[in-house]
Design a protein around this ligand. Structure first.
Ligand code: CMP
Length: 143
């Protein structure tokens, strides 16, 4: 990923409410390029594995239930210094604490139903991108 790619997920709250188009437009306006995207409904096993780092947290079961409640939209994004840029663009986990103009301030419902996920490091970005986009030919073809 070399600093220029990151993984995002438009979560079931936002996707189900028809906000995906606006969120993608918002990110594109900020210079992110969509390299790959898919629409899918996570299984309990997939959501549990994706969020395994939070397994001991009190909200883990609720988070997995939420993330499997409907379709979501994982996307591989490209921009210079992508991880930091995307985390700035989406804002704080809790929309009540997110800065004006961020995706979560504009589109999120609550701390759990917070519209969008973003990788928190380059290493996790690589791992998360491989989780949803294991076809390395597709990734290589994007340069
Ligand atoms: P995300 O950036 O995808 O990473 C972990 C997710 O857990 C987070 O967004 C929220 O959806 C959820 N989350 C984090 N903290 C809490 C909390 N205190 N209560 C409920 N959900 C949370």
């Amino acid at each position: 990923m070399a600093g220029n790619r990151t993984l995002t997920i438009i979560k079931p709250d936002a996707f189900g409410a028809g906000k995906a188009g606006k969120i993608i437009a918002h990110l594109e306006q900020q210079g992110f390029k969509v390299l790959a995207a898919r629409v899918m409904r996570l299984t309990d096993r997939q959501a549990g594995e994706f969020y395994a780092v939070h397994r001991e947290r009190p909200f883990y079961r609720s988070l997995v239930t939420f993330m499997t409640s409907g379709a979501c939209m994982p996307m591989l994004l490209e921009k210079r210094d992508a991880v930091a840029a995307l985390r700035q663009a989406i804002g704080a986990t809790d929309p009540a604490e997110a800065e004006a103009g961020t995706v979560r301030k504009l589109f999120a419902e609550s701390k759990e139903r917070n519209a969008i996920h973003a990788s928190d490091s380059d290493d996790n970005g690589v791992r998360e991108a491989a989780f949803f986009f294991p076809d390395t030919d597709v990734l290589a073809a994007q340069g």
